[in-house]
Design a protein around this ligand. Structure first.
Ligand code: ADP
Ligand code: MG
Length: 677
């Protein structure tokens, strides 16, 4: 059976088994599904078509016994002469004296290495006996640990295949194989390990990429369906008139996109099923208004609401703006780690007794001591800033609480269907009226004085500015030092003309609040800051964002920073100061100055940096696929998601044709990483 221990295989004893366990192989099927991490490919070309300095493959006959010479200590150089189409080619092998015995005169050898066209000479990396036809032109390379050799891994896989191939079951229903022209599971596994041609290998890979995505998406969709079905008894009595009155009191009209999203949220709130929704909207698109209205609706329906944000600054800011908008009879409280002692006790009690209607806070909200009386709705702002675990904990506090995740970091579609496949998604795809696109300029650091002159010009016209100081990796201290230097320099230069403020993460909480309040009230005109203002901060009168050493930031982060301006009706500017040496640095500056579309930027970021880098694989709960790549194979991902959706929601897994797929999904490895909601 495929579930047999690998020790059942000929040649594998306890010692070898232990080595295989170290790379995660326990059963026969683990061995069969231990896929190569890459393939070395050999292509034989006539000598005159080879390119100087390229890696090439040459097949030739050994002419006479190789010459070996030693130099320095333990270094050696082996010279072999190969006859290739009546031309003598010299092959050099360094530091592998034992290779001498493998090159017997008269023997035909396939060698691979760097080609020197002028000397007709090849520096050999790899060699094998025989012609290319006898060897596969595609050589799989496996990841290995310790002293496990490639050849051994290959040998055991071959043995396993010979013994067990007939037991490999197809898990996909036949219609899928036909429709997508995919090889059977058994054939594909064989081809993956022992490729017969580039074409066949490609098909085999295609099959497993689809299979991996499908299994994962089936789990996501199952989760989604479970949430919908199992969490009944959660319907809220929403009063439309109350909502309308509140909206009418706003100083602006909601955009059509905001209205549409509110409608979707209202439907979830009134439905008996638990809401599990992701709200995406570019920076400045007006997510906070949505949060306010929906929380208000829940409170009016007699339940509590909680808003979780990533920073204290943001918590304070949200509290202030929500207080301003909602009627006085709604009790709004804030809980962060800086709320201590008597005040903290008060807040905790108000939450437990139901006196507090809306609680705003940082991750302090998810501590054990926080107990709600009747939590009905949870909003998580800038959700990508929180780990999966933190998100779960808050939700567990109000067992059936409807949950809305808001994110301003536009998540590329490919990523969002991977990470949030189990959620419903709403999108604000429209900016409030009157917004002017932010003009972005990339300038070299030697323009500093001109930039400051421009900033001061804007300040004279009544606007405000941010100046973000360099991000120094892994040293908050240096970040602060930089901001401090800049602050002192500017305060001195502009003394008597305008007020400069300083903001960084290490300031005492009270000082942070004071600085932010003064900036919001235009008592401070220029705010020098580290990246702590990156998320969410809202001061619509600010029109200039200067980012020093901008090349040290990723695109998404730059976009977030830029989003701090352009939040009102005035024309806004973002100035990136950078002198990037590398190509991607320059490319990033270029892209930033050309586009203000967050989604486009996010896609580019994904391409430039890869998914793990943006979200941090562990944090995001992104599954690790063996062959599939969510960026490269996004089409397969979309197909798989569609198929999974139909299979789950039409209950197809219960049909006999789907039986094997069903049990495979239930036993699959992704289970751990799907606890996203
Ligand atoms: P974000 O989506 O980045 O959280 P906010 O909710 O902070 O955006 O909104 C950005 C700014 O736009 C705020 O000053 C807010 O008052 C304002 N705003 C929100 N909705 C509208 C609208 N429909 N029309 C005009 N201004 C709006
Ligand atoms: Mg926001």
């Amino acid at each position: 059976m495929l579930t047999n221990s690998i020790e059942e295989l000929k040649g594998i004893g306890p010692k070898v088994a232990e080595k295989l366990h170290a790379i995660g192989i326990y059963q026969i099927q683990d061995l069969l599904e231990y896929f190569p991490i890459r393939y070395d490919q050999y292509e034989q070309k006539p000598l005159h078509e080879l390119t100087h300095q390229d890696k090439v493959t040459i097949v030739g006959k050994v002419v006479h016994p190789p010459q070996i010479s030693y130099f320095q200590r333990r270094r050696s150089r082996l010279v072999v002469t190969l006859q290739v189409d009546n031309v003598a080619v010299k092959g050099i092998i360094f530091n592998r004296p034992f290779a001498k015995d493998h090159f017997q005169p008269g023997e035909t050898m396939t060698v691979n290495g760097k080609w020197d066209q002028h000397r007709l000479q090849i520096t050999i990396d790899q060699y094998r006996k025989g012609t290319l036809d006898e060897n596969s032109p595609i050589n799989p390379i496996y990841s290995s640990k310790g002293d496990l050799k490639q050849a051994q891994i290959k040998k055991w896989i071959r043995t396993a295949l010979q013994t067990y191939q007939s037991e490999i079951e197809e898990i996909l229903p036949a219609t899928y194989l036909e429709n997508y022209k995919l090889p059977s599971r058994a054939d594909a596994i064989k081809e993956i390990h022992f490729p017969t041609s580039f074409q066949h290998l490609k098909h085999a890979k295609r099959r497993f990429i689809y299979e991996e995505f499908l299994i994962f998406q089936l789990q996501m969709q199952q989760l989604r369906k479970n949430t919908k079905e199992q969490t009944k008894g959660n319907a809220k009595n929403i009063d439309d008139q109350e909502i309308e009155r509140l909206i009418e009191s706003f100083p602006f009209q909601l955009t059509a996109a905001q209205m549409k999203v509110l409608q979707e949220i209202k439907q979830d709130l009134t439905s008996p099923y638990r809401m599990n929704r992701l709200l995406q909207g570019d920076v400045g698109s007006g997510k906070t208004a949505i949060a306010m209205v929906s929380m208000y609706a829940v409170v009016k329906a007699g339940q509590q609401a909680a808003l979780m944000v990533p920073t204290e600054i943001l918590a304070e800011q949200h509290e202030a703006s929500i207080r301003e908008v909602l009627p006085d009879d709604i009790t709004i409280m804030r809980l962060t780690s800086s709320v201590k002692g008597k005040k903290r006790k008060e807040v905790l009690e108000a939450i437990a007794t139901g006196k507090c209607d809306i609680l705003i806070g940082t991750h302090a909200l998810i501590q054990d001591e926080v107990k709600f009386e009747n939590l009905g709705y949870v909003i998580i702002d800038e959700q990508h800033r929180f780990g999966v675990k933190q998100r779960n904990t808050l939700q567990e506090k109000g067992l059936l609480a409807d949950t809305l995740y808001m994110t301003a970091t536009p998540i590329p579609r490919t990523l969002s269907i991977t990470m949030y496949g189990d959620m419903d998604v709403s999108k604000i795809d429209e900016m409030p009226k009157g917004r002017q696109p932010i003009e972005t300029y990339w300038v070299k650091p030697n323009m500093m004085n001109r930039v400051f002159a421009f900033v001061y010009e804007q300040v004279k016209q009544g606007s405000q500015a941010y100046i973000i100081c360099p991000l120094i990796e892994e040293s908050e201290k240096l970040d602060i030092q930089n901001a401090l230097d800049m602050y002192q320099h500017l305060s001195l230069t502009l003394e008597g003309r305008c007020k400069v403020g300083l903001m960084h993460g290490r300031l005492p909480q009270e000082d942070k609040e004071t600085v932010m309040r003064e900036f919001a009230n235009n008592e401070i005109q220029i705010l020098v800051s580290t990246t702590v203002v990156e998320v969410g901060v809202n001061v619509p009168n600010a029109t200039v964002m200067v980012i020093q050493d901008a090349d040290r930031f990723g695109l998404s982060q730059l976009h977030q920073l830029r989003g701090r301006v352009g939040r009102g009706n005035k024309k806004s500017y973002c100035i990136l100061m950078a002198d990037p040496k590398g190509e991607t640095g320059q490319e990033r500056m270029q892209i930033m100055s050309e586009t203000t579309d967050g989604f486009e930027l996010a896609e580019k970021d994904l391409q430039l940096r890869g998914a793990g880098d943006i979200f941090g694989v562990k944090q995001s709960g992104l599954p690790e696929f063996k062959l599939a790549d969510i960026v490269h194979d996004y089409r397969a991902l979309e197909t798989a998601r569609n198929d999974a959706y139909h299979i789950i929601f039409e209950n197809k897994l219960l049909e006999p044709e789907y039986e094997r797929l069903k049990s495979y999904v239930e036993n699959s490895l992704f289970s751990d990483s799907t606890l996203l909601n």
